[in-house]
Design a binder for this molecule. Structure first.
Ligand SMILES: NC(=O)c1ccc[n+]([C@@H]2O[C@H](COP(=O)([O-])OP(=O)(O)OC[C@H]3O[C@@H](n4cnc5c(N)ncnc54)[C@H](OP(=O)(O)O)[C@@H]3O)[C@@H](O)[C@H]2O)c1
Length: 277
């Protein structure tokens, strides 16, 4: 497992309890270091590699494209190369930001990517590095939240403690993905040796405005404290463009007869209870 210290990585490591797991966080393994990646993987000879390490600072990627393509693109080439040498299957974690957001309906796995940001383009580069491997799995997730690390649920709760009124954009829509829900499905896809691309998100599409209202409701606060704004109203504007619609239809899971993740509201209520614990 690469990126084992990240918000998704920690849940994936937990989901593989009972398996022998090498949990490589950034300090243990820099995936941009080819020799280190080849050394680690040819020494441990895993059956499968969940490759979640990535540079996820979406706005910073705009001003440092080389670093974005190094960590998200070339590093995935190193992981794929090492995996081939030991016959390990790769499960690459990707993103809704590979899409441009102009489709009026939810995106299915077979829609053509057309990233608008450097981050999205660099994550698509990672997909392209492993797409040639017929055994590889690509799992696209979106709007990730969870107990570990920084994410929107924690940010919204913090802002609600500091301000009376919160402003969130109402013109970007997606499916929240709770790391603790996605991780067991990632485990299942890996253990079942299912190749191909899967969208793995919770159900229920929201704008960030609707999501912030839901977070306040879950925390027992007044959701009318959240006001809708448009992306154009953001001050200062974000460096990276975001897709307006990045709702991921979980078509491949559905058509494979696999269960979908629960509605985001259930998981949000559980997470807020745990964070307020
Ligand atoms: N967050 C989202 O909303 C979202 C949405 C769609 C897809 N994804 C994808 O989901 C995966 C997991 O992301 P996440 O949400 O768990 O983000 P995260 O918490 O930022 O996890 C990414 C991890 O990768 C590590 N990393 C960065 N550069 C590395 C390098 N050169 N070598 C090794 N490790 C490195 C980071 O460590 P440091 O922090 O120590 O640098 C971090 O622990 C990523 O592939 C991401 O692209 C995330």
């Amino acid at each position: 497992m690469t990126g084992a210290g990240g918000q998704l990585g920690r849940e994936v490591v937990a989901a593989f309890a009972g398996h022998e797991v090498v949990a490589a966080d950034h300090a243990t393994l820099d995936v941009a270091d080819r020799d280190a990646v080849l050394g680690a993987i040819t020494t441990t000879r895993p059956d499968a590699i969940v490759h979640a390490a990535a540079w996820t600072a979406v706005d910073a990627c705009e001003s440092e494209p080389d670093h974005a393509f190094l960590v998200n693109g070339i590093a995935t080439r190193h992981v794929a190369d090492a995996a081939r040498r030991v016959g390990a299957r790769v499960c690459y974690i990707s993103t809704d930001y590979v899409f441009d957001g102009t489709k009026p309906e939810p995106y299915i796995e077979w829609d053509a990517p057309n990233p608008r940001s450097v981050y999205g383009a660099s994550k698509l580069a990672g997909e392209l590095e492993i797409r040639g491997d017929p055994d590889a799995t690509i799992v696209r997730i979106s709007y990730v939240c969870g107990e570990h690390g920084t994410n929107m649920v924690k940010t919204i709760l913090r802002l609600a403690g500091e301000h009376d009124t919160l402003r969130f954009v109402d013109d970007q829509r997606g499916h929240p993905t709770f790391a603790a829900d996605a991780a067991p499905m990632i485990r299942r896809l890996v253990v079942d040796r299912r190749p191909g691309c899967f969208h793995v998100t919770n159900q229920g599409a929201v704008s960030w405005y609707e999501f912030a209202r839901a977070v306040l409701e879950a925390a027992g606060a007044d959701p009318s404290r959240v006001q809708p704004i448009s992306t154009a109203d953001l001050d200062p504007p974000r460096a990276a463009p975001r897709p307006a619609n990045s709702v991921l239809d979980n078509a491949a899971l559905r058509l494979s007869g696999l269960p979908l993740l629960p509605h985001y509201r259930e998981s949000l209520d559980r997470l807020v209870r745990r964070l307020e614990g």
